[in-house]
Design a protein around this ligand. Sequence first.
Ligand code: DLZ
Length: 514
Amino acid sequence: MVNDHVRRLGLVLGDQLSFDLSLFDELDPAHDALLMAEVREEASYVPHHPHKIVLVFSAMRHFAAALEARGWRVIYVRLDAVDNSGSLAGELRRWHAALGEPALHLTECGEWRVEESLRSTGLPLTWHADRRFLCSREAFAKWAGNRRQLRMELFYREMRKRTGLLLEPDGQPLGGSWNFDADNRKALPKGARGPFPARFGQDAITREVVALVGERFAGHYGRLEGFDYPVTHDEAQALWQHFLEFALPSFGDYQDAMAEGEPYLFHARISAALNIGLLDLRQLCADVENAHRRDRVPLNAAEGFIRQLIGWREYVRGIYWLRMPEYAALNAFGNRRSLPAFYWTGRTDMRCMAQAIGQTLELGYAHHIQRLMVTGNFALLAGIAPAAICEWYLAVYLDAFEWVELPNTLGMVMHADGGYLGSKPYCASGRYIQRMSDHCTNCRYNVERATEDDACPFNALYWHFLMRHRDRLGGNPRLAMVYRNLQRMADARVEALWQRGERLLAQLDAGEAL
Ligand code: DLZ
């Protein structure tokens, strides 16, 4: 590398692949350079799904080429470069020295771990806010103030007012309500299917990365073959247009539905592209609002989608940066149980779990209800240690970066923050899964039963969870009805449910699959 006149060096991370970073306004292609590095530490600090590593490396290589085409000088370090130090901090140090100590510019990191490791280099760093998000870390902290508990709904209303999305001219919400969540829960009609999914072929860059990942990360769980996800801005745009046209109109109704052999249904599948910078949040929201105003999609679909983006997504990011690093260690229920091996193999007779885990290992994708109410619900009911289940979610999903994964898993799924982020745990019996899917009809377990050996494990585990956490949850008004039902149960029934729950947990502790 020629050390010619680099005044400033900008670091671009693998989830910062956006031309709109403020870094690009600040730096000057004539005198400054950009650094991008594929490093072993980022690819293996959890055992990422092979598709996730392929996505990040391939998208990084495509983005570097696009930056060069725009006149930027990009120092691109490949994973297999002989002098690759293996970490982002190591590469920053190395290039800072090699280029004659240029000023260093960075965009706020997504993950606390990475930001901490870069700060601890002791190098003089100039930080830039990540303006891909609507709510800055500081603005969120101000909103949160000294509240002991936060609620997404209040934050979301503020964001609707701030952005003006889906508002009447007088500032009131379109359709007379801020939230159409209750219209997002239809079960799928029998035989209904989602649209044919958009697929993207592998070009030479992606094929090279696939070979590299196969060679270097062979021990990671999940399938390497079949990668078909967008790796450029244009491809991500095509995925988005496909969703707008074919899936968004039904997204609202069937947001919570699950079906055999339908990994995507009416979901957009854009979260990974958005999280690494291939799509722009503001454009997505504007497109959805326009589609609604032109009568192409119903309000429950438009509002449900926009709520996820400007409500939930911004809210969990705010919480992450407000509460890290102590948030990651919270464990309100004191869970200690190891993650069952079937999370890494999909080998379980529980049909819903096998389907959700199976598609996760194949595609690096499951939609939010599969994550929350199937794999997440099971981990909650079974008392899995939060750190173990958080690591799993972070590793297996293409879109999982800790800022979004941790509050969703530790807070929403596991209620391990004691109710800071959500007002109640999303615990449910097999009945919920039966209502929202067709899995139970193909399952060897009987969802109508709870205490027998062939009974759906979710049923007894649900009651066992409520019984063992009665002290903490019994006073929660949102669980008052279920605790009343428990109160009314005959003693023999309560005892049978407890015993069946104990047997199931003992099976897990013995390393047996269910
Ligand atoms: C996820 C990921 C992977 C697999 N590899 C890299 C990498 O080699 N280089 C890089 O800059 N970023 C990578 N990333 C994304 C980072 O982990 C991400 O920037 C941090 O999680 C901070 O959000």
